[in-house]
Design a protein around this ligand. Sequence first.
Ligand SMILES: NC(=O)C1=CN([C@@H]2O[C@H](COP(=O)(O)OP(=O)(O)OC[C@H]3O[C@@H](n4cnc5c(N)ncnc54)[C@H](OP(=O)(O)O)[C@@H]3O)[C@@H](O)[C@H]2O)C=CC1
Ligand SMILES: N[C@@H](CC=O)C(=O)O
Length: 427
Amino acid sequence: MKIALLGCGVVGSEVVRLLVEQAADLTARVGEPLELAGIAVRRLDRDRDVPVGPELFTTDAAALVGRDDVDIVVEVVGGIEPVRSWLLAALDGGKSVVSANKALLASDGSTLHDAATAADVDLYYEAAVAGAIPLLRPLRESLAGDRVRRVLGIVNGTTNFILTRMDETGASFTDALEEATALGYAEADPTADIDGYDAAAKAAILAQLAFHTRVTLADVHREGIAAVTAADIASAKAMGCTVKALAIAERSSERPGVSVRVHPAMVPRSHPLASVREAFNAVFVEAEAAGQLMFYGRGAGGSPTASAVLGDLVAVARNRVAGRRGPGESAYADLPVLPMGETITSYHVNLDVTDKTGVLATVAGAFANHGVSIRSVRQDGRGDDASLVLVTHAAADAALAATVEDLRGLDIVRAVAGVLRVEGGEP
Ligand SMILES: NC(=O)C1=CN([C@@H]2O[C@H](COP(=O)(O)OP(=O)(O)OC[C@H]3O[C@@H](n4cnc5c(N)ncnc54)[C@H](OP(=O)(O)O)[C@@H]3O)[C@@H](O)[C@H]2O)C=CC1
Ligand SMILES: N[C@@H](CC=O)C(=O)O
């Protein structure tokens, strides 16, 4: 079975290593050898620590994909174009595709799925969400007979690494990001991690598989971690919480529809997600019959991600040997993605205020005007250096946004220093 590998960076070089080092085992599992036909890269002169000769490398990915002797295309380049065109050409040419490219799958997965179905070949992408963790196949296959209510998780290793470092060692945001990049966790453009695009793409893929409905990157409400301050982290600690970047996809209990969002949130330290550290990922799935399931493991890095790629490669190769195709996408439900304003959570609101008589009543009034109930209030400091930290009961996002708008207009509020959602139970 001939494999065209597109990309030989952090993930691709580990794919090559595993293909070579485990060749005998892989042959036994598939029923025939998996042989590299070629490796497409951007720069031929780059030093690469891979156990194959230079004759396999090319900069002409399109030509490699078009070769008649190639059976399976493995894509670990990333980005939308030209990758989308290469993969469509591969599928149209009857080749199965394995990809780790969440950006592409989340933005235009349906075109690729349609091409795979039309050509009767496989399109697998387990590595696109949560690195090494087997998550997509359990959602697509093991839970196919159940009804998923909610998927809640930490799906970006880079931001979890940064938040862990800020929480545990007091590291600066910039230093922690540099470390995550050096360890191979961050995307080629780390703003994809920091601004939540990477997690949003994964959330779209998860929601699509969990609820059998079309969800794309554009449907996902997205907030990154750039606005999380050391003060937020200290305040979370004081409340027995930690700050995590969460991806949440849930079925509405009010009306037909789903909510899909990524944002930083305070999570009580007693919650299992609070103990997910560094670049690890963890995803909770709540299904009607199965109850709660938790998936945990390494969500980023060359070797863990290559494990998921190899798992897909073996599955796809076995299917080809058996002359069949694996289960495809099943986006048959037509559930709308509900506006973020309808999402119900509780909030942690940090205000810099002037400590005058009546400040509490004035601030509380702004919340009351929008029907947002306050669960607790803490005041620190005095005079012009005072702050109020309020935690609300569950309220609609739109009501909280309107409250914050009003707070910004009050003379007594010097600044809205931070607004974070609280997820995972009572802090
Ligand atoms: N790193 C991780 O932890 C994870 C990554 N992923 C996904 O895996 C994919 C790859 O990520 P990663 O390995 O980190 O990325 P890298 O940037 O390390 O590697 C990208 C590879 O693609 C090659 N490439 C880029 N442009 C072209 C082009 N036009 N033609 C041919 N080759 C090209 C590069 O060539 P050259 O070497 O010459 O520069 C490089 O080998 C992405 O989709 C990413 O989102 C998924 C899960 C985890
Ligand atoms: N940049 C991503 C890599 C894996 O998808 C992350 O940090 O999780």
